[in-house]
Design a protein around this ligand. Structure first.
Ligand SMILES: *Cc1c(COP(=O)(O)O)cnc(C)c1O
Length: 398
């Protein structure tokens, strides 16, 4: 433990920067025959054989009656909102990625922000009901960092008030709730297959649902509403996945279960070390969840730990550890939303506090135990050298 911290003039722990994530990729050898086949057939997009095969496999993996793939998760969510004919106001969380409220905005819907539960980081179902107005048509809860929402309570509220529910399950691929795959809750669920997610198709996304008409509307919408050469049934858009992305998906799908196992091991190793430090806490995963270990986040209590999140962030970057502030800034504080009545900071105390205290640390498949050990080791040093560090870094403005 003789290491001198980089922020205090020592050498960085990671000469080569370590990032929060690195994508799972197929080997060239695995990819080559599929690529060759696609190039030879010259069927590159428009519901080709690889997209069809991938959708069939996804249906099995997600255990959902209907499944469609898209060029990205954002369009999958945007089209779900259209296909379910949401309008007026939709209740969602501010503690999410920009895409969640933006898809509402692009559908001319006013996002209504509901505060989060400070332990699970998900929508606070106690507050949800008080935000329902005559204009409310739906709820878009997010399974934040893959942690399942209180799906039973949400379903009860939505059923009583006649609201649609679309889950933003962008982080939740491979997750199960009470033995049921996560895509089986609500009217529809959206998954993201972006390169930074636990399962990727370079870029891509999917929806799962159980209602055949909804499924058909989604498929029409993703291809301009074109039903046949003779018939255009709705003002759709181009949201199709291409054959190379689908081939990538087919190969990566075989790796997901192993990936979750590896991440679990690293995740638990992180926790066993960081748990011993004062002022750090972790997301409370739903006890009924089979979890996917998609993110390693830590919440810093500055008074107890000795450093603020932003100070810690600077210290980590100096060590070559490229931690990220997910989710900062909070969606309700973006210039485009902050004037909304429900974006008021006083109404969203938990989300605002968490957003100022949260940090995502590196977690991905080909990370080693030693990487975890090296990262947690500097956490100990940050805590024990907090006072010296405070003096050496000037006040950090947000
Ligand atoms: C990544 C993400 C999306 C958007 O998915 P893309 O595939 O990048 O378009 C939506 N919601 C959340 C919570 C995300 O993290």
């Amino acid at each position: 433990m003789s290491k001198k911290l980089a922020i205090l003039g020592g050498r960085p722990s990671f000469k080569n920067k370590i990032y929060v994530t690195r994508p799972v990729i197929p080997s060239l050898k695995e990819l080559e025959p599929l690529l060759k086949d696609i190039l030879e057939s010259k069927w590159l997009t428009n519901d080709g054989p690889y997209v069809q095969q991938f959708e069939k496999q996804l249906r099995e993996f997600l255990g959902a009656p209907y499944c469609s793939v898209y060029c990205n998760g954002t369009l999958a969510l945007q089209l779900s909102i259209q296909a379910l004919r949401l309008s007026g106001e939709v209740i969602t969380t501010p503690f999410t990625f920009a895409a969640t409220p933006h898809t509402l905005y692009w559908n001319n819907i006013t996002p209504v922000f509901c505060d989060i539960d400070s332990g699970t980081y998900n929508l606070d179902t106690e507050q949800l009901e008080s935000l329902i107005s005559p204009k409310t048509t739906g709820i878009i809860p997010v399974h934040v960092f893959g942690n399942p929402c209180k799906v039973e309570q949400i379903e009860k509220i939505a059923t009583y008030h006649g609201l649609k529910v679309i889950y933003d399950a962008a982080h939740a691929f491979g997750v199960e709730f009470d033995g049921k795959p996560i895509g089986n809750f609500g009217d529809a669920s959206m998954f993201s297959f972006h390169a930074t997610k636990i399962f990727n198709t370079l870029e891509g996304g999917a929806t799962s649902c159980s209602e055949p008409n909804l499924h058909q509307r989604l498929r029409d919408l993703r291809n301009f509403g074109i039903k046949s050469e003779e018939e255009v049934v709705s003002p759709g858009i181009n949201a199709k996945m291409n054959e190379i992305e689908a081939a990538f998906g087919i190969l990566n799908l075989k790796k997901v279960r192993k990936s979750i196992q590896k991440r679990k091991m690293l995740f638990e190793r992180y926790h066993s070390y960081l748990n011993k430090l004062p002022g750090l806490s972790f997301q409370q995963i739903h006890p009924k969840a089979y979890y996917n270990y998609s993110y390693l986040t830590v919440e810093i209590n500055p008074e107890v730990f000795g450093l603020t999140r932003d100070e810690l962030y600077v210290c980590m970057r100096k060590e070559g550890i490229m931690a990220r502030k997910y989710f900062w800034p909070l969606c309700s504080n973006y210039p485009c939303y902050k004037a909304l009545p429900t974006a008021n900071k006083n109404l969203l105390p938990n989300a605002n506090r968490l957003s100022e205290r949260i940090l995502s640390l590196p977690l991905y498949d080909d990370m080693t135990k030693k990487d975890v050990d090296d990262i947690t080791k500097v956490f100990y040093l940050f805590h024990h050298n907090a006072e010296k560090i405070k003096i050496s870094i000037p006040d950090i403005q947000n």
